[in-house]
Design a protein around this ligand. Sequence first.
Ligand code: TC6
Length: 754
Amino acid sequence: MAQYARNAAAVAVIRLRNPPVNALSLTVLQALEDGLKRADADPSVKAVMICGENGKFSAGADIQGFSSPKRQGIALGPLVSLIERSEKPVVAAIEGIALGGGLEVALGCHFRVAHVQARMGLPEVTIGLLPGAEGTQRLPRLIGVPAALDLITTGRHIPATEALKLGLVDEVVEENTVEAGIRLANKLIASVSLENVSSKENRELCKHARILTGCPAGQPLGPRRLSLKPIPRLPNMEAFLSEALVKVKKQARGCLAPELCFQAVKAATEQPFADGVQRERELFNILLTSGQAQALQYAFFAERAVQRWTTLSGASWKSASPQPIRRAAVIGLGTMGRGIVTSLVKANIPVVALEQDVEYLNTGRKAVMLLLEREAMKMGQDAQSLDFHNPARLQFTVDFDGLRDVDLVIEAVFENMALKKEIFKKLSGICKPGAFLCTNTSALNIDEIASATSHPQQVIGTHFFSPAHVMRLLEIIYGRHTSPAAIATAMQLAKAMKKVGVVVGNCFGFVGNRMMFPYVQQAVFLLEEGSRPENVDQVIEDFGFKIGPFRMSDLAGLDVGWRSRKGQGLTGASLPPGTPARQRHGRRYSPLPDLLCEQGRFGQKTGKGWYQYEKAGGRTARPDPWLHSFLSEYRDTHQIKTRFIDQEEILERCLFSLINEGFNILAEGIASGPEHLDVIYINGYGWPKHKGGPMFYASTVGLPRILAKLQKYSEAHPDVPELRPSAFLKKLVAAGNPPLKEWMSCSGSQSSKL
Ligand SMILES: CCC/C=C/C(=O)SCCNC(=O)CCNC(=O)[C@H](O)C(C)(C)COP(=O)([O-])OP(=O)([O-])OC[C@H]1O[C@@H](n2cnc3c(N)ncnc32)[C@H](O)[C@@H]1OP(=O)([O-])[O-]
């Protein structure tokens, strides 16, 4: 709702009220309209101020409402116009946040005062929409086309100080914003009512108010109605727009909203306000029904749903309390360790960084300092708080004794069970009993690592993604003995590092890498059968992934998987003589990645892998004729008949096998809902957010179709168990293909929280 109140003077106060973020539900909009009409009808009201309850203006339209089947009632755009048309000055007092429709309401107001800590933005693009309450037409009139285009197509939130520089707000205050808003409203009343009074004192006051408001005499609000303002012209508007479009399209990678946001702003530069609004509405409706908006809104709520974690044994976020982390340690300063130290420092957690010897320590220290200096440059003024040259904030050591008083340790050494167990045994003896012992393994058994300690309840997996100071995902893996407090603390740590933590169970590869395995496996099998790396990558990148499986493998280094396969006895010296080249344990196996490694082709780092690069360490992948003839010879050697493989088969075999593994994971209770898998894939594996994550995508394709295709591919490749449809998938199809939010109630496992 919105609360209407009168203060002692002539200012009516309308307070938006819909906890926790004052989303503009239909009830709120109706109450806002009623308040405006009431203020208009009351001759003793001379000005109106709009603010929000609980220190927040508004987070915009109620996102739940967009997917509601009955989305009827009052529309926000006409309400913003109603505010703007008011004959009485309307002031917005912005505290906390003014986002989306919330900012559009403020744009309808004649004046905007913001608290210095407030943040503003039009983030509709991030949920697949555009600012459809006339925001695409008003904002460019207020702050100019380039700045408006930037805010609308990226959805970024800006601080009040930047908003002031852009001219988005009139005043930034450090004190009580509502009082400042009322003060401004009273000055405006004075400006209007004193216009015709001739005393010198009043004329002075009136002049002051006009300077403050920028309104000429006799037209107190005219120039303040943004719909009446012309668009600030650029000398080269056409060229500017064409360049901007190229940039927007490049960044969108198949997501519609940024381009349609662009089109709406372009309409503002070409058409009168009313026609621009009409165009904005058309474009908004295209987005609303595009499917992408649903996927992005699902992703928005999924990210929040995973915060409410549960485990198979019934522990949950409701009852577990996180413990404070006053000091943390990181063991191992390789690529991952360096990024983890950087993340902790940025989260203002004092860190002890440990390496095995002085040489490694010095190399690691240099690399960490370089990363932190780069981060500090990006952060500008805020970087002062990092204070990373202070040994009380960041300390480097080779001595395990330095870890005695830390509250949490993150081990980030090589992926080697014996080494990890040795380190955990040491930690168990040195660290205080309440310290949490985290391992950054990407696949190894948490229970086995915990068995080396005397406090297995303190041991937990924290799987970071590379580069660890950039990637948002933190997979949090609980073992058989992990305490709920350890899970709650790891989740809290993720939040402090501005990451999204997802709690999952313990199995080989956990969720992300376990689902990735069949996907990469299919990609390599497709090469054996006739595709080329660039064909497969293209299909996957056209789907919207940031990077295809072969470019990814070259980037990560082929030697990483090779080492792991050698460790598992799948290749290398420990392979029993007489093992068929393309079979392991009765299943199809492709030795192609091993053969490349044997040739020293490790990917970007050696300048050659699935592609060729300009030099070792080069970044530009070019198709490699050597690889093409190598593949032909390989097929000849193994008598594989080359065939043309179309895009549909490439996409389906890679993605449906990954999704199939997702259903197995859900059935085993390794993740408590499909949203966990989707959040992991969007934030850690480059899955296009506008396709909602693999499980949401499966729900849009339709489970019967996924099942039928898996059955077909499985019949064609009976020696590939990963293509055999999951029993849970079959069960869901038999249950009539229920909507995603009902899947878990069919699993016999936990229920979804979406
Ligand atoms: C029609 C014309 C065009 C207009 C379009 C729009 O305005 S589109 C909208 C454009 N606006 C946006 O895109 C803004 C989207 N919102 C945000 O970016 C952030 O939520 C935040 C910065 C407002 C607060 O961050 P924070 O980390 O402090 O907190 P938090 O993120 O955990 O959220 C707390 C709770 O509030 C919930 N909730 C939040 N917003 C909405 C909403 N609009 N609606 C409904 N619910 C919303 C959220 O789900 C969560 O619920 P839970 O899980 O507790 O049940």
